[in-house]
Write a protein that binds this ligand. Structure first.
Ligand code: GDP
Ligand code: MG
Length: 853
């Protein structure tokens, strides 16, 4: 099957070249060829095969694209859809017509902000899956730092990821961050170096950065192929496939984007591009050597054959696949191209099939149960278990819940139990999404992704299970791989959660004001939809003004939430200025004080008492609540020690829970400025003999007493106020051109009260365990100067400033940085901790919050 040695040019249709009817029949339906945008064929409806269909699962890829903003994620996705036959014309992010970025807010901003899943099929032109139609579920992940939480949320439902790098900018800060997040979940990744058509593109340097910044060995499987024009200018024409030893040449000019690609062998390369041909030999050897170092099977073949170029392509692919699938990111397949010029996209899709895992290649999902019990969920467990990884409100269809099914089969009209909300809901309709076209399906089986319509409550992040295992057997096997638990399980499926992720505390908020009183209900509905979509947003009410406050992770996060509310969900409301969500803390403790509640609650007399004391912790610490029900009581008159009884109907655990919830409510709003309290230890004590009263001390009464008691204590503690405001402090990494370094550093340390920790140098940056000397870096031969020449020589060299800066000083920083660096600077920040705020800055915040300006 060596098309590679052919010396004559051939025009082949990428998709059709290997399609044989027999292999299609046994493969996944549908095939890309039959797909038409408006009229999906009937066969689509039954694509979801019964669980346990191994062939079908083997031909499935659930992948995501992770990239720094502007690296070309949307453009590449568009081209993938185009070549898969799904879209007829090529969309362009620049004129706002792309299929993937379908929310108006995203189109207007030209960035991708929300994860949506999209399905298409691909038939690879070579490799083990050759000729078989594969189903690719592409899950879009957001590229902006404000959406870290959303990135993690979508990453955990992926089986593999394509990381797109900008060949001019190299590995950018945001990419490092998302790379690490994907590493945390053990997601196998391949790298696509994009934009190699641009002036200043440096493939070699970018490969070097893959090693130094992503801390893995780049397995370079392609080289860019440039052609030199008469004036010496270089144009990217195609890519060299080092594994199959062939070249792909793409039509340019008017023909660009055509499906057919010219394929040439290495003989052609030797004649026309002798230098690149030599480099390809070096690269091939480097690839085989790298794989041999990590793969015993390949090293034997290498030793036997004695020549890297003699090792069959299938063996190289098998080895690279095996090493990539470990998910540790130690060996990283590196591909190249320019998706805007339609170069290299089909081989990238082949690589998705070749090197990224099918659901069967992934370890079973981790689940947790009540009381901290953990187990794993095998893909062939009969009980239906799915994760709602995204909720999006569609103006026509209503809330669409995107799910990944981890076990069992999700069928149309099935009743599901939502373990997060503890409610039962019916999955009225099931859909498969083809960009913004949806197709009704009857079932979604284990390992697949789809959409449920008709769920009224499910939120992003909820786990949905069937209450009864379909076809017998137990859920959550808890056992080792391959073992269906036979013994009765104590694990209650109604408490099952699929890998929950931590939501960091919101650091920005803004008030929302309906245009009129009659719009209040509308706003509330829109808000509840928004919160179902994005659990990293939260709402609260300002008890003084009655205003609704919306809190989130960043300025952009709230701005986009506002756009969603106003433009998409049609809420008629204004959002106030975006402010920082400070915290309050106490600076000194209080001695125990007794608080008696004695009043009516909901028309019934209520009475309970509690003793509260406070103690300051470090300002950055979370609050600690200790609730104690005293076990003994010393009678003050007789001096006798007795064991008091609890009033009838009350249990100790319930009392403790009521005390804690009362204290939590009080801590949500400090007495000084109305910000939540942080860094405070609260101790609540109840003496049943004197503090609880039969009939009168309901749980509501106890909780109210705790709340009022803590509020009083906080107000008393506040008297000695010094440094009572706590502010979020961010770890900031600014990436800028060398020439702007001084400006950026000066601004951070002099104007923003930041502390510069280090000046990362992209060249010196150490690759951790990677010995940089031993990394193969494509040289001059691989496409002339565009890929040669170190970044150090040019103005494209980037530096990274790492600093700690109070969040308050980072408001509006993106605009400032863009202006100061002529648009080349970018930054990422994450919440590092909380610190007490003092001096004039604190006074300024107090004045602002109290409206004293
Ligand atoms: P995203 O933010 O990662 O989704 O990136 P986009 O796909 O929106 O692309 C950002 C910008 O880069 C757009 O203006 C694209 O037209 C441009 N772009 C994307 N890929 C390429 C490429 O291969 N070459 C060139 N020259 N520009 C590209
Ligand atoms: Mg985009």
């Amino acid at each position: 099957m060596l098309l590679t040695t052919s010396a004559t040019a051939r025009n082949v249709c990428w998709r059709c070249q290997y399609l044989r009817p027999s292999s299609i029949a046994s493969a996944v339906r549908p095939t890309a060829i039959q797909l038409s945008l408006k009229n999906p064929p009937k066969s689509l409806r039954s694509y979801a095969a019964p669980a346990g269909n191994k062939t079908e699962l083997k031909h499935t890829r659930n992948i995501g694209i992770i990239a720094h903003i502007d690296a070309g994620k949307t453009t590449t996705t568009e081209r993938m859809l185009y070549y898969s036959g799904f879209t007829r014309s090529i969309g362009s992010v620049d004129d706002g017509s792309t299929v993937m970025d379908y929310l108006p807010a995203e189109r207007a901003r030209g960035i991708t902000i929300t994860s949506a899943a999209i399905t298409f099929s691909w038939t690879p032109s070579s490799g083990e899956g050759v000729g078989a139609s594969h189903l690719i579920n592409l899950i879009d992940t957001p590229g902006h730092a404000d959406f870290t939480f959303e990135v993690e949320r979508s990453i955990r439902v992926l089986d593999g990821a394509v990381t797109i790098l900008d060949g001019v900018a190299g590995v950018e800060a945001q990419t490092e961050k998302v790379w690490a997040q994907a590493g945390k979940f053990g997601i196998p990744r391949v790298v696509f170096v994009n934009k190699l058509d641009r002036d200043g593109a440096r493939f070699g340097e970018t490969v070097r950065e893959v090693a130094s910044k992503l801390n893995g060995w780049p397995a370079v499987v392609q080289l860019p192929l440039y052609e030199t024009g008469r004036g010496g200018e270089e144009t990217l024409r195609g890519v060299v496939d080092l594994v199959e030893r062939r070249c792909f040449l793409y039509p340019g000019g008017e023909e660009a984007g055509r499906q057919d690609v010219r394929v040439e062998g290495f003989k052609w390369l030797e004649h026309t591009h002798p230098e690149l041909y030599k480099e390809a030999g070096v690269a091939q050897e480097a690839l085989v050597e790298l794989l041999s170092e990590h793969d015993d099977v390949l090293v034997e073949q290498f030793l036997e054959l004695g020549d890297a170029s003699l090792i069959p392509p299938e063996e190289i692919k098998k080895s690279l696949r095996k090493l990539t699938l470990t998910g540790d990111g130690k060996i990283i397949p590196v591909l190249c191209g320019a998706s805007f010029r339609n170069i290299g996209v089909q081989p990238l899709l082949d690589a998705v099939i070749d090197y990224l895992p099918s659901p069967l290649d992934r370890p079973p999902a981790e689940v947790s149960y009540a009381l901290g019990q953990r187990a794993t969920l095998e893909i062939d467990t009969p009980r239906t278990c799915a994760l709602a990884f995204k909720v999006v409100n569609d103006p026509k269809k209503g809330p669409m819940v995107f799910v990944r099914v981890y076990s069992g089969v999700l069928t149309k009209a099935q009743t599901l139990f939502n373990t997060g909300l503890q409610v039962r809901e019916r999955a009225h309709r099931l859909l498969q999404m083809f960009a913004d076209e949806a197709v009704d399906i009857d079932s979604i089986s284990s390992g697949h992704i789809g959409v449920i319509l008709g769920l009224k409550e499910a939120r992003t992040g909820d786990t949905l299970v069937s209450e009864h295992a379909v076809g017998g057997g137990a859920a959550g096997t808890g056992g080792k791989k391959g073992k269906q638990a036979g013994a009765p399980q104590k694990l209650d499926p109604k408490t099952m959660h699929l890998r929950p992720i931590d939501v960091p505390p919101p650091v920005f908020f803004a008030s929302l004001e309906p245009y009129s009183l009659s719009e209040t209900k509308n706003l509330e509905d829109a808000l509840s939809m928004l919160l179902r979509e994005d659990p990293s947003l939260s709402i609260s009410t300002d008890p003084d003004s009655g205003q609704t406050l919306l809190s989130g992770m960043g300025e952009l996060h709230l701005e986009i939430a506002r756009d969603r509310l106003v433009q998409d969900l049609k809420a008629k409301a204004d959002m106030g200025k975006i402010l920082i969500a400070y915290r309050e803390t106490i600076s000194a403790g209080t001695s125990p004080s007794h608080h008696l509640l004695d009043r009516d609650i909901a028309g019934k007399p209520a009475k309970a008492a509690v003793t509260v004391s406070l103690e300051p912790l470090e300002a950055g610490d979370e609050n600690e609540i200790i609730s104690i029900v005293e076990e003994t009581y010393e009678d003050p008159t007789t001096g006798e020690t007795i064991k008091p009884k609890l009033p009838p109907g009350l249990e100790e655990a319930e009392i403790i829970a009521a005390l804690s919830s009362g204290a939590t409510a009080a801590l949500a709003r400090g007495p000084h400025l109305g910000f939540p309290i942080r860094g405070t230890k609260v101790e609540l004590r109840v003496q049943p003999a004197t503090d609880l009263f039969p009939e009168l001390s309901s749980l509501a009464a106890i909780s109210s007493a705790a709340r009022a008691g803590v509020q009083d204590a906080l107000a008393a503690a506040e008297m000695s106020s010094a440094g009572i405001i706590v502010e979020p402090v961010m770890a900031v990494a600014v990436s800028c051109d060398e020439k702007d370094l001084g400006k950026v550093v000066g601004d951070i340390s002099a104007n923003r009260g930041g502390q510069v920790l280090s000046l990362g140098d992209e060249i010196e940056h150490e690759g951790g365990e990677i010995e940089m000397k031993r990394v193969y870096v494509p040289g001059i031969g691989a496409g002339g100067r565009k890929s040669g020449g170190g970044r150090e020589a040019g103005e494209g060299r980037k530096r990274v400033v790492n600093a700690r800066v109070p969040l308050g000083e980072m408001v509006g920083y993106l605009k400032h940085l863009r202006a100061a660096t002529k648009g080349s600077g970018t930054f990422v920040m994450t919440l590092e901790g909380w610190e007490r705020m003092q001096g004039p800055r604190a006074q300024k915040v107090v004045k602002e919050v109290r409206g004293e300006y």
